[in-house]
Write a protein that binds this ligand. Sequence first.
Ligand SMILES: [Zn+2]
Length: 215
Amino acid sequence: MMIILFIYGACLGSWLTAMADRYATGTSPLYPASHCEICQTPLAYWQLVPVVSYLVLRGRCHYCQQRIPPTTLVLEISCGIVLTTLTLATLRPLLWLGLWTFAALCDARTQTFPGWLVWLAWPLTVWALPWPTIILATSGLLGIQLLWRHWPTPLIGDGDLELILAYAITRGSTATAQWLLVASTLALWRARKQKRLAFLPYLVASAVGWWLIRR
Ligand SMILES: [Zn+2]
């Protein structure tokens, strides 16, 4: 059962990567069929197997020899591992994590992500919370969306803050502090290389790590 879940997870990771690439290039999610982002050659079936294809191809396109980002392999394996924790009880948090993973992949490519993701993930966030908290948190979310539109040079992205809000109301202050500490350390370690940093990938990577540690 674990092996089947891992395979499903790896496929899901592969699919999320492809969809984020298409979001970044503005192409349709349905058409054309999977192809190399550089030389545009359509991929054969054996080049589409998650994890295995990357290893067989040694991380390069079969046709143009361009390097396939290693993050693709990391993501496929991570999604595989995360999905082995799937049960009826963990379905909701895993769906939530999947939506934010997609947002992070888009953010890593374009420093933006589709705004509807936040609202799709929101019911999953507030599901089991008491009504007053739901009303307060939703007002907070609307507040962030309204204010950020009028702030020309924000220090932190609205998406980052929305994820922090969602994490804080479901996990509490201690877990949130630990999660943020790991995410910030990861981001600082990479920050030297680029000036403006997409923070969402680090937040989500840290969330996945903490999920596997203490669920
Ligand atoms: Zn190619």
